[in-house]
Design a protein around this ligand. Structure first.
Ligand SMILES: [Zn+2]
Ligand SMILES: [Zn+2]
Length: 328
């Protein structure tokens, strides 16, 4: 099969690789859509500790079941949507209600959706792979994984409709937050950033937008989606007394951030830094996506072939477009 292989940072190859065969409980998916993600861009630019090289890139997907292993809960031909990981539901974290921190959730995740076929492991097929309803297009269904991350954060920090929520960083995740906040009935959503095109997408999705330069706010909730230390450090200054700051964007390994202790303590600013998602968040994200009123189409920049992969990542590096959809 054809696949987009990350050979080393900066080098993507359009290559021929073997089609995997499903073992017990596994599901082979014929990929119909695979959306690009910030994590893939990071891996492309500087390598990523969680992404082996050389290896087929991509972890967001939707498609049709092409083959099933013994006992897998799907049928050939069924349209499916899923995420790339699932918790063990047995470790200390899973049993304690923190499935997102499961001991083996990251080590057992599956990569390789930028290919004609993706083999979904037994655990993921059992817990986090679902039927895709006909009315939902494959590209939108492929957003289940990033939206599950967003759902995890909003389950942990549920906004009230009357809250002012500031979202910093108009990339795909920031824009998905805008969509989810709208869905939760939040009236006052402020999207802050520098990239004018992406801010315009945010306005289309119902946010008010502001330039990051000189931005000031007294928000009930601030959601940081840039993964930049300077923005982490600035985020508490945009929260009201007693407000919550959600540090969502992961910063480079080894980086440190410092905060004004007086502000955090005497103004009781709550800092939370949600990571990944549990099974509940995946189901929440799926419920949003299958709602015909939930419109995330403005953040899908366009459809590309796998062959166009290197060009797509150069565009993403230059901040052109938000999320591309590979149709292998
Ligand atoms: Zn992703
Ligand atoms: Zn676990």
């Amino acid at each position: 099969m054809k696949a987009l292989v990350l050979m080393e940072p900066g080098r993507l190859a359009f290559d021929e690789v073997d089609v995997p065969e499903p073992g017990p409980g596994e599901v082979l998916v014929r990929v119909r859509a695979a959306t690009t993600c910030g994590t893939d861009l990071k891996a492309f630019l500087r390598g990523h500790p969680q992404i082996p090289m050389p290896g087929v890139l991509g972890h967001e997907y939707s498609g049709d079941v092409a083959a099933v292993g013994e006992g897998a809960p799907f049928e050939i031909g069924q349209a499916v949507m899923g995420v790339h990981s699932a918790p063990c539901q047995q470790c200390r974290w899973c049993l304690g209600g923190q499935e997102n921190l499961c001991d083996t959730v990251m080590s057992t995740k599956v990569l390789g959706s930028y290919a004609e076929y993706l083999l979904v492991p037994e655990r993921v097929a059992r817990l986090n792979l679902f039927e895709k309803p006909d009315h939902l297009d494959y590209a939108t269904a492929s957003l289940l994984e990033p939206l599950a991350c967003v759902a995890q954060a909003l389950i942990k920090t549920p906004p009230k409709p009357t809250d002012q929520v500031v979202v910093v960083g108009p990339g795909a995740i920031g824009l998905l937050f805008v969509a989810a906040l709208k869905r939760l009935g939040v009236q006052d959503i402020v999207l802050v950033g520098r990239n004018r095109t992406r801010l315009a997408v945010g306005r289309k999705m119902g946010a008010r937008t502001e330039n990051l330069e000189g931005f000031q706010a007294q928000a009930d909730i601030v959601i940081e989606c840039t993964g930049k230390v300077v923005v982490w450090e600035a985020s508490p200054s945009w929260a009201r007394r007693g407000g919550t700051v959600v540090l969502f964007g992961g910063c480079p390994a080894g980086s440190t951030a410092s905060f004004d202790t007086k502000r955090l303590h005497y103004d009781e600013i709550i800092l939370v830094s949600p990571f990944h998602f549990g099974t509940q968040a995946v189901r929440q994200a799926r419920e949003w996506l299958i709602d015909p009123e939930f419109d995330v189409s403005p953040l899908l920049t366009g459809t590309r072939t796998l062959q166009e992969g290197p060009e797509v990542f150069r565009d993403l590096e230059a901040g052109v477009g938000v999320k591309y959809v590979f149709v292998p």
